[in-house]
Design a protein around this ligand. Structure first.
Ligand SMILES: Nc1ncnc2c1ncn2[C@@H]1O[C@H](COP(=O)(O)OP(=O)(O)OP(=O)(O)O)[C@@H](O)[C@H]1O
Ligand SMILES: [Mg+2]
Length: 439
């Protein structure tokens, strides 16, 4: 424990960090001045914490992040950069970076992040990692509709067949994709999710296929594409219904040839990846309306899985609620109970946000419900304030200061998790904290 790897090409920053963390704070610090050196160290040793610069050499901090996570999935990777774009920060977060620090920073600020990372990396706190970043692979649900889903998963998983998962938001599409991967022969190989909706077509192209340095303005490094990073493993193309028409053709070609040509590269390389795609849109209808290429739809829809909305399988609600209650109790060291009337209120709601919404609501109640009892009144209040938050995008109940304090205390100061539990956006939480005078 207390071992840290620092990856930084700027000798002055590197030395400052080493001196501070090792000599002043007593950590056991290792360092690397290039990505190659870092990769070797990550290959030989396991680090609970890695601090890496983003812009290094021909590879970047994101490659370090990937390598660190594959050598130790519990590793907390802290990225630092002087020119963090929205894209890099989002990318880093999406790939499970622990935090992102803008340069220049105060040493105390770095120490605070390291301490949080340390707490998160303690084995006993394993459960405390972000639920959606490290999802439990356990699927709850005993309804008939879910049984059908499990059957299809178990048949499809061991094959290399392309799977198309369709379902409303929050129904568990990503969880299903991970289950398929974990139960396939590729389980020990990478699972690489790509959120196709969050990127422009050109960004998506370099994200998937990679780009050579100098291939377009701003490409000052080689970039390994997700399809290549997922070689021998599985790529998860999330929100596939959102990709643009011209890019659909590119993807179709890839599915036919299984070849990747990074932007600026002269020849393609063969890759062996399994493709799982997901969308909350109705792709067959989009294909009929010519909004989605029909040929691509058929290529993807080899094994279709349709996840039922939660309101179509209400009988699963009590089990899911109990599951999330227990997990939240454990995670926050609390002892909340759901009463009979509370169960009934949960059963009666329509859950437009499906399982995810139920999960966040239960977590929130575990922390905030009066006397730790999730009864009808508490549930209805929470549902009410959740819907008004969604409408207003910014408000919380009157007692919000107290709620925010409680939730932050329960999450150990983790603001992004707190925001999810409170049902508000992270930036909204920051604004509120500022107003409350809490840093
Ligand atoms: N059957 C289930 N059992 C336990 N947890 C579940 C189940 N289904 C979903 N979840 C949990 O609900 C949350 C949302 O699931 P997931 O991210 O897979 O949904 P999604 O369909 O991909 O949503 P979106 O369309 O918004 O991307 C996750 O935390 C996941 O672990
Ligand atoms: Mg998803």
């Amino acid at each position: 424990m207390r071992k840290i790897l620092i990856v930084e090409d700027d000798p002055s920053v590197r030395e400052t960090l080493i001196t501070f963390l090792q000599d002043c704070e007593g950590y056991n610090v290792d360092s690397a001045s290039s990505t190659a050196e870092a990769m070797t160290k990550l290959g030989n040793d396991s680090y609970p914490i890695v601090i890496s610069d983003v812009y290094l050499d021909e590879r970047t901090g994101l490659d370090i992040l990937r390598a660190a996570k594959s050598s130790n999935p519990d590793c907390s990777v802290i990225l630092m950069s002087g020119r963090g774009s929205m894209e890099t920060v989002m990318e880093a977060t999406r790939r499970g970076a622990f935090d992102y620090i803008a340069k220049p920073f105060e040493l105390d600020q770095m120490l605070e992040v390291v301490k949080r990372a340390e707490a998160a990396a303690l084995p006993s706190d394993d459960e405390e990692t972000e639920i959606e970043d490290m999802p439990a692979t356990e699927m709850i649900g005993y309804s008939r509709a879910m049984m059908e889903v499990y059957k299809t998963i178990s048949k499809a998983a061991p094959t290399d067949a392309t799977v198309l998962i369709q379902g409303e938001t929050g129904t568990g599409k990503e969880l299903v994709a991970r289950m398929i991967h974990n139960n396939s022969q590729r389980a020990q190989q990478p699972f690489v999710p790509v959120d196709c909706a969050s990127m422009t077509a050109s960004l998506l192209e370099s994200e998937l296929f990679g780009a050579l340095r100098g291939s377009y303005t701003g490409a000052d490094r080689d970039r390994v594409g997700a399809l290549e990073a997922a070689n021998n493993g599985t790529v998860f193309l999330d929100e596939i219904g959102d990709i643009d028409h011209s890019f659909q053709l590119r993807l179709l070609r890839f599915l036919q040839e299984k070849e990747v040509r990074p932007i600026g590269a002269s020849r393609p390389r063969k890759v062996d990846v399994r493709v799982i795609a997901a969308t909350n849109r109705d792709l067959s209808k989009m294909a009929e309306e010519k909004k989605f290429r029909e040929d691509l739809f058929y290529r993807l829809n080899v094994v279709p899985i349709r996840l039922p909305a939660l309101r179509e399988r209400r009988e699963d609600i009590p089990f899911l609620a109990e599951h999330f209650r227990k997990r939240a109790n454990e995670r926050f060291a609390l002892d909340a109970e759901i009463t009979k009337s509370g169960q009934r209120a949960l059963l009666e709601y329509t859950w437009p946000g499906n399982v995810r919404q139920l999960q966040h609501l239960v977590e929130r109640l575990v922390i905030l419900a009066p006397q730790a009892r999730l009864d009808e009144e508490a549930v209805l209040d929470a549902i009410q304030s959740m819907s008004s938050n969604e409408a207003a995008g910014d408000s919380l109940a009157d007692t919000e200061t107290e709620q925010i304090r409680k939730v932050l205390a329960a999450t150990g100061g983790n603001k992004s998790r707190a925001a999810k539990i409170l049902g508000i956006e992270r930036k909204t939480l920051y604004r509120k904290l500022e107003r409350m005078g809490i840093k």
